[in-house]
Design a protein around this ligand. Structure first.
Ligand code: GLU
Length: 327
């Protein structure tokens, strides 16, 4: 029998989607769009949703933001099945409390791949010689991979290293549900990447892969800016023995001058938006902006389900009208 394609609709295998917010500030309109589409993709196929709080970075993340995000999801009319204040099976859905689990995953990875300490400083990594790509990424040279045992031991006495994983020289491909086929050769386009930072904090790529795998996530809906992270995550998922989810990378929201929204754009954070809009009006606006409906009209997420057609979702980034900032 053919195995069911992960994430495709099958009544006996409804998908498991996720919300994976980083509580580093109040959500903005782009985060709300991502949550709404993740909810629509999962619920339209009879699936469930995990709320996982990606609060790895202790400098940027705060528990009060995590609570606020849950409250904003509820205000929008979005619900979920596991995680956040609903609890569930893993001991915690907060990444900051899952280090022991990541340590276990690291041990599994050590058995399957070359994991080594990297002593390069930020300045050394960003030298002019390192090939840089248009999206700001650069290729790691593999300098610390080539260290001799003695050199490595000497350096271990002077600096706390980060941990990198050695990547293969071969293509990793997947079929994005919205953007189509995507292929990357990690050795040529990314280089060995970091699993744990020198301050001991696990890297985003590591935590997200371990969690998507362990939490049984089969459907990932997120911003297009993470498209190029996906081959690294698929590489780790395969090493850890987890199946690959179906990915849908959605367009980003841009300001009228073409700049990506960030949590610093206070004008479009949920706090300000909630003063100006009802939840239905905001959901209708997001549905219109993303191409799901042809004119902005108030709707609940539940009402949107009956007209949800992923084919109509825009593939290009969405430039917001200036009027949105002025109302
Ligand atoms: N935590 C990330 C963010 O808020 C999302 C990561 C992901 O969806 O893989 O941007």
């Amino acid at each position: 029998m053919e195995p069911a394609k992960m994430g495709s609709f099958s009544p006996s295998h409804p998908p498991k989607g996720r919300f994976a917010p980083s509580p580093s500030g109040r959500m903005h309109l782009g985060n709300a769009l991502c949550a709404l589409l993740a909810w629509l993709f999962a619920r339209s196929q009879g699936g469930s949703i995990v709320l996982r709080t990606e609060d790895l970075d202790p400098q940027r993340c705060r528990p009060e933001y995590a609570l606020q995000i849950e409250e904003d999801f509820r205000w929008l009319g979005l619900d979920w099945d596991e995680g956040g204040s609903r609890g569930g099976k893993p001991t915690s859905y907060f990444q900051s409390r899952r280090s022991l689990f990541y340590e276990d995953c690291l041990e599994i990875l050590r058995q399957k791949a070359d994991i080594y300490p990297c002593f390069c400083t930020r300045a050394e990594l960003h030298t002019a010689e390192a090939p840089h790509f248009a999206d700001g990424r650069f290729l790691y040279s593999g300098r610390c991979y080539r260290l001799k045992t003695q050199e490595r031991e000497a350096l271990l006495k002077t600096r706390r290293p980060s941990l990198r994983i050695h990547v293969p020289d071969g293509d990793i491909s997947f079929q994005d549900g919205l953007l189509g086929p995507y292929t990357e050769n990690l050795a040529k386009e990314c280089g060995d990447f970091i699993l744990r930072r020198s301050d001991g904090v696990f890297a985003y790529q590591m935590a997200v892969s371990c969690d998507d795998g362990a939490m049984g996530v089969t459907q990932v809906v997120r911003g297009r800016d993470l498209l190029s992270s996906t081959p690294r995550q698929i590489f780790l998922l395969r090493l850890l023995g987890y199946p690959e989810p179906q990915y849908y990378h959605i367009p980003l929201l841009l300001s009228p001058d073409g700049i990506r929204l960030s949590k610093r754009d206070k004008a479009l954070d949920l706090g300000r938006l909630r003063e100006r809009y009802s939840p239905e009006k905001l959901v209708g606006l997001l549905a219109f902006l993303s191409g799901l409906i042809s004119r902005s009209e108030p709707l609940t997420p539940q009402e949107l389900l009956s007209v949800f057609n992923p084919e109509t979702i825009k593939r290009e980034d969405i430039r917001l009208p200036a009027s949105l900032y002025q109302e």
